[in-house]
Structures are given as structure tokens and as C-alpha cells.
Design a protein around this ligand. Structure first.
Ligand code: CA
Ligand code: CA
Length: 214
């Protein structure tokens, strides 16, 4: 009886578009994760802030493939930063603790994908299945090493220019052409989340501590 009530409340909360009520976060929809392949050797696991190189295939619920990074577009795996909402929430949640070479099947409910609006060829309220394979994991803009590398003038805080410069160098290092619009957007996104006191700099403290649990 108690369980039924709990489930009822939970399904109500999940279907609600309200994510925040009086400062408390409501339970969010979950990603179903199935590990299809995990390499024998795993030197590091992906964590919030890492940059991942990923091949992915996306399927609708009826099994139709809507995208494959191997056969569509420029047929290249994509780099993205884990955990900064550069991608759909389902990827941020479903691709933590992955090894380089690991393959997973993610089933992502619409709330963690393209929601009630859909996007492009994704219809509204679509549950999506992705087969993702991580090819490489690099330090993203969140690691301590990265902070020191980003802080060009050693004043223990990061300016917008320092963050952008770092993103540009990371892209270059991975053989990707600089993309000023993307760097600008990533930088804005990083600052909107990390510059807690809005002084235009990310202090080492602001950088190191996570405020926003995914
Ligand atoms: Ca600095
Ligand atoms: Ca600040």
C-alpha cells in the first residue's frame, strides 16, 4: 500500500515539468544503462568535466536508427565535455564511470533527451536508445591539472579569456579546427554554472567544488 502510494507520487513528480520546488530538487527520470563491452584494462574512468571522444548510434523505440556518427555527417566520432549539458542530460548521466573502449546501451526517457518539444527529426516525447562507445578520455576543464594549465597568469582565478584560450588549445590538441562560436558557448556555459559570485572570474574554489549535482 505504502509502496503503491510512493510509486504514485514518484510518477506524478516525474511527469511534472517542475524540477525545483522551494529549493528542493525533485527526483528526475533515470537513464537505463547496460554495459555491452568493458575493456580488460581501464586506466581511468570518465568523470564530470572530462572530455570524451564518442561514437554513437541513436535509435527510436521502434528500432529505427535516426543517427550514426560512423555513417552519417562527417563520419567522425564527436568530442564533448561530460556533465556541462553540452549534450542531452541522458548522456551526461549515462556516460559517467566509463572506460576508454567501453560500449554501453543507454535508454533515455524524453525528460533527459529532447522532451515535449522534440528536435529536428526527433518527435516530441521520444524515448531514445543510444549505443555509445568511448574512444578516448581527456582531462576536461574541471580537473586540477587543467586549472593550473588554464590559469595563464597564475593568479588562482580564471578569466573568460583564459577559459576560452584553454578550450581552443584542447581542440587544437585533438586535431579539431578552432570553433569560436562553440568555445564562446562552452565558456558562457561554464561561467554561468561555475562563477558563483558572478565576479567574472572562476576562482580555484569555485572551480574545484561542484554546486550542481547532476
Ligand atoms: Ca588567471
Ligand atoms: Ca567568481
Amino acid at each position: 500500500m505504502m509502496m503503491m502510494m510512493m510509486l504514485g507520487v514518484l510518477s506524478y513528480l516525474c511527469s511534472s515539468t517542475l524540477l525545483w520546488v522551494s529549493g528542493g530538487k525533485l527526483p528526475e527520470a533515470e537513464v537505463s544503462i547496460e554495459v555491452l563491452h568493458r575493456p580488460f584494462l581501464c586506466h581511468r574512468k570518465s568523470k564530470y568535466g572530462d572530455i570524451l571522444l564518442v561514437h554513437h548510434e541513436g535509435y527510436f523505440e521502434n528500432g529505427t536508427m535516426f543517427h550514426s556518427s560512423r555513417t552519417h555527417g562527417d563520419k567522425q566520432a564527436v568530442w564533448f565535455t561530460l556533465g556541462i549539458r553540452e549534450v542531452i542530460k541522458g548522456w551526461d548521466k549515462g556516460m559517467q564511470d566509463m572506460c576508454s573502449g567501453e560500449k554501453r546501451k543507454l535508454i533515455i526517457p524524453p525528460a533527459l533527451a529532447y522532451g515535449s518539444e522534440g528536435k529536428g527529426k526527433i518527435p516530441p516525447e521520444s524515448t531514445l536508445t543510444f549505443i555509445v562507445e568511448v574512444l578516448e578520455i581527456r582531462n576536461g576543464p574541471r580537473s586540477h591539472e587543467s586549472f593550473q594549465e588554464m590559469d595563464l597568469n597564475d593568479d588562482w582565478k580564471l578569466s573568460r579569456q583564459e577559459v576560452k584560450e584553454y578550450l581552443r588549445k584542447e581542440f587544437e590538441r585533438h586535431g579539431y579546427p578552432p570553433n569560436d562560436t562553440l568555445h564562446e558557448n562552452m565558456m558562457q556555459d561554464i561561467f554561468s554554472k561555475e562563477d558563483e559570485n558572478k565576479d567574472g572570474f572562476i576562482s580555484s574554489r569555485e572551480f574545484t567544488y561542484r554546486h550542481d549535482e547532476l
